[in-house]
Design a protein around this ligand. Structure first.
Ligand code: FEO
Length: 403
């Protein structure tokens, strides 16, 4: 049974929710699924905007069939060639041999990589930046968005209704569950964290490219943003644009402290909690304490983008950084996070060296970080004598928050 939705006259949502997926891209844990969005524009020329992942093929095909009712599908626009969106290109073309595929040079290179047996002779329309595709009442203008999130990515602007088909940009994890629009939910309370986790772990590394894309779309009269995952934005668009601007420029959302620790026998957990308590007594709000061994690194990266200050507490483990802390650091650096104030605490019962190894890792990344002058070495467990060092660290963090 079809389950499409009309968004504006003759423009339809034809995607679907995937509640069963455990790991996005085979690595990012999901507990509330994801949606694969696709849109169909009905006009003199019917046009499908991207396809969907294999997980929701059946619903997608039923939606298109119900809308076309035997009419031709004139165009399939491919904004992004990652398989969560392109998987059904072959399916669509098998059912609609009349369809022309619209993409750029790179799109077609990727199509032949993913679908080596797909013959697109006489079916290809290769567009360049700012080219337009006339559908009748609707016209699509193509704007290239390289590395948001792959090199072939482009977005499309439909001027009549002010629709921005934004590919992965403004996407997020979580199924839609019928809500479809961001203004149908309490986005800030219930969905922002997953939107941030999506951005920081999928596009995070490409902040510069996101900023470049924003410059290209700044003069467009955007009334609605239609991404390939997650909610459609039709109200309060500035809210999500502002969040994206912060994330893309590696600017923190909150001036507060994130404490990320690993603890083998509870001593570092104790230190994390004492530190959090002392920071809180200085009227610092929204402090967050996360155990790197219990919380997946994608959440740690996401929270690191949110917070201005990060305290890292690591055991020394076989003369190296503790594995869960090292995974977090590598992921965080891979995503290009910078401009944070870092405080380091290590623990080691006989030869502590995690602190210098973490510092070297961050320095070697060449990404700009500030470090508090105060750091701490715990010998097995926190002692009364360590308290003045912790207090000094708290004082420095507090001062840095007021800068
Ligand atoms: Fe949702 Fe980059 O694919």
């Amino acid at each position: 049974m079809h389950n499409y939705r009309e968004i504006v006259k003759n423009v339809y949502y034809v995607g679907a929710d995937d509640h069963k997926i455990d790991k996005f891209e085979g690595i990012i844990p999901l507990s509330r699924g994801v949606s694969y969005n696709s849109y169909l524009i009905k006009d003199k020329k019917n046009c499908l905007m991207d396809t969907v992942d294999q997980a929701v093929t059946r619903q997608f095909i039923e939606n298109i069939d119900a809308l076309l009712k035997g009419e031709k599908l004139d165009y399939l626009v491919v904004l992004h060639m990652e398989p969560d969106h392109c998987y059904n290109i072959e399916q669509v073309l098998l059912r609609h041999p009349e369809t022309k595929v619209v993409g750029n040079e790179k799109t077609f290179t990727f199509i032949s990589n993913f679908f080596p047996n797909l013959d697109l002779t006489d079916k290809k329309i290769v567009v360049k930046e700012n080219d337009e595709l006339d559908l009748g009442a609707h016209k699509l203008k193509f704007i290239f968005a390289p590395m948001v999130h792959w090199p072939e990515v482009m977005i499309a602007f439909e001027e009549k209704e002010g629709l921005l088909f934004s590919a992965d940009a403004f996407g997020m994890f979580n199924t839609l569950d019928g809500n479809l629009y961001a203004d149908n939910v309490d986005f800030d309370r219930d969905y922002l964290d997953e939107a941030r986790r999506y951005y920081t772990n999928i596009v995070g590394k490409y902040g510069m490219q996101v900023v470049s894309l924003f410059k290209k779309v700044t003069d467009l009269k955007i009334k609605m943003i239609l991404p390939l995952h997650g909610f459609i934005w039709r109200k309060n668009i500035e809210y999500i644009l502002n969040k994206y601007t912060l994330w893309a420029t590696y600017t923190s959302e909150v001036k507060s402290v994130l404490i990320i620790y690993a603890s083998m026998y509870g001593d570092n957990a104790c230190c994390a909690n004492i530190l959090a308590n002392k920071l809180s007594m200085q009227n610092i709000k929204d402090i967050k304490v996360l155990d790197a061994s219990m919380v997946d690194a994608t959440f740690l990266v996401s929270e690191s983008f949110k917070y201005s200050n990060i305290v890292i507490i690591s055991p020394t483990y076989n003369m190296t950084i503790f594995p869960s802390i090292e995974i977090y650091l590598d992921d965080m650096l891979r995503m290009g996070l910078k401009n944070r104030t870092i405080s380091l605490i290590e623990n080691g019962s006989w030869a502590p060296n995690a602190k210098s190894l973490i510092k070297a890792k961050l320095d070697n990344s060449k990404l700009p970080f500030n470090f508090t002058e105060t750091s701490l070495t715990i010998k097995s467990s926190l002692k009364e004598d360590d308290e003045q060092i912790v207090d000094k660290m708290v004082e420095e963090i507090k001062n840095s928050l007021n800068d």
